[in-house]
Ligand binder design. Structure first.
Ligand SMILES: Cc1ncc(COP(=O)(O)O)c(C=O)c1O
Length: 449
């Protein structure tokens, strides 16, 4: 079966979405509100989402492995979250003042992640990483921030560098070189080369920011040695080690990836899961560092590190959804994390076997409930490792897209094309079996050869 037939099948069943996309182009640049949400020929438009499924405007029902940018660990519209959210909607969704729920959510996070001695909520992860950069500079009096090649920390200006292949051009119009010189990029999972680069900037190195698992960059876990090596370098040189746990926090374990890797970050960021599906970001760290942002202790602005918040920070709608999500995770942690990690592990093994038995060279990377297949080309090209974002992007991206579109078109299984997938507590082994048999059918159709 040819790929064009899959595309035609997609177009046949998404006619209303096509119309909506045309309208959408008249009101949004590119017709979308997040660059990655576009895929060719056009994205389907979702009407509702329940448990592990998305329902589009044409009446199609898809099993969802994108799960709201990996935020929805309990699934869509989970009863524990939606009942609390609808109750909250009746008593206020934005107070614009201090509120009890924010304290309860922060206390819950602090108990599970004690390195969060003090915290500050924002409305997005991008803001949280932006504040972490500012805090690191304020705490150290230095200017340079190191990030890894392929690392994604949101749309904040500073960290918008070396995100996309070939990692050497500007990531956007509107960035200026004077600012860019204060960011240094290092090769993910290559400690020797990273340390050599860091050595040249150490006197002005404010911090090193890194995701424990490259998320948007292709679902690649960092090695323990790499993370520990960077952390040691930072501590030795009076720089901060900043862990971006916006994807991994409460997903890899209830104590975050930092507990799995035994890390002691000076600052870390959370988002996604802690908002229970509502907009959120959180910067966390030691009392000493976070106190730099204390407006009472530091009553004059020039003595303070000014970080947000913002209009919507710690709003009760987000706080109540986040709190019910974390409470549910806490009460069911044994069953949930065992199940999610086991589904992830089984899927990685079975997809690898299935593709390789069919002589399609695929490596499935991931950790816990996160997973992503990489098409490595023909078996005889000796390429079988996926250790960093360069390996991810030089794999066959076109085949990955074709695989994801084929799943959507003929099997009603949704991955955001080209991105990693995840399991939620709303998925089960039947979903796994269905994904495997759909993959078998796609492989048999010959579209990936
Ligand atoms: C690791 C990481 N950091 C930061 C962000 C930015 O978060 P937000 O999209 O909420 O601004 C993301 C978003 O996907 C992310 O994956």
């Amino acid at each position: 079966m040819k790929f064009e037939e899959y595309q035609a099948a997609y177009q046949r069943k998404t006619r209303l979405s096509k119309k909506l996309y045309t309208r959408s182009q008249h009101v949004f640049a590119g017709g979308i509100n997040h660059n990655i949400r576009f895929f060719s020929p056009y994205p389907f438009f979702v009407q509702k989402a329940i448990k592990n499924c998305l329902f589009d405007v044409d009446g199609n029902k898809y099993t969802d492995y994108w799960m709201g940018h990996w935020a929805l660990i309990l699934g869509h519209s989970h009863r524990a979250v939606s009942s609390v959210s609808s109750r909250q909607a009746k008593s206020g969704i934005l107070f614009g003042t201090a509120n009890t729920l924010s304290v309860q959510l922060a206390e819950t996070i602090q108990k599970l992640m004690p390195r969060a001695e003090l915290m500050r909520f924002s409305s997005t992860g991008s803001e949280a990483t932006m504040y972490s950069v500012r805090l690191a500079r304020a705490a150290t009096g230095k200017r340079v921030i190191a990030k890894v090649i392929g690392g994604w920390h949101g749309f904040n200006t500073t960290l918008l560098q070396t995100v996309n292949y070939p990692f050497e051009f500007d990531e956007s119009l509107g960035l200026i070189q004077e600012e860019e010189q204060f960011v240094e990029s290092i090769p993910f999972n290559d400690l020797d080369r990273s340390l050599k680069i860091l050595e040249t900037r150490k006197d002005d190195l404010a911090g090193i920011i890194i995701e424990p698992v490259l998320g948007a960059g292709g679902c690649v876990p960092a090695t323990r040695d790499y993370l520990i090596g960077l952390q040691e370098f930072a501590k030795k040189n009076s720089s901060l080690f900043i862990l971006d746990e916006i994807v991994t926090g409460f997903r890899i374990s209830i104590h975050g990836a930092m507990s799995e890797y035994n890390l002691e970050p000076d600052l870390f960021t959370l988002g996604k899961i802690i908002g229970g599906g509502m907009p959120v970001g959180l910067v966390c760290g030691s009392k000493e560092i976070m106190s730099l942002a204390d407006p009472i202790m530091r009553d004059q602005k020039y003595k303070r590190c000014s970080i947000g918040g913002g209009t919507f920070s710690a709003n009760p709608a987000t706080m109540s959804a986040g709190l019910s999500t974390l409470n549910y995770l806490k009460s069911n942690k044994q069953t949930i994390y065992t199940k999610l990690n086991s589904l992830g592990e089984q899927l990685r093994k079975r997809l690898t076997r299935l593709f390789n038995d069919s002589k399609i060279n695929v490596k499935v990377t991931g950790m816990g409930s996160l997973f992503m297949p990489h098409f490595l080309g023909r078996r005889d090209n000796n390429k079988d490792k996926v250790d960093n974002a360069l390996d991810v992007t030089t794999a066959n991206q076109k085949l990955l897209h074709m695989y994801h579109i084929s799943l959507m078109a003929r099997h009603n299984i949704f991955f955001l094309p080209g991105k990693m997938g995840c399991f939620s507590d709303a998925h089960n082994t039947n979903d796994l079996e269905r994904l495997i048999s759909a993959t078998e059918a796609i492989v048999e159709s010959g579209v990936l050869n």
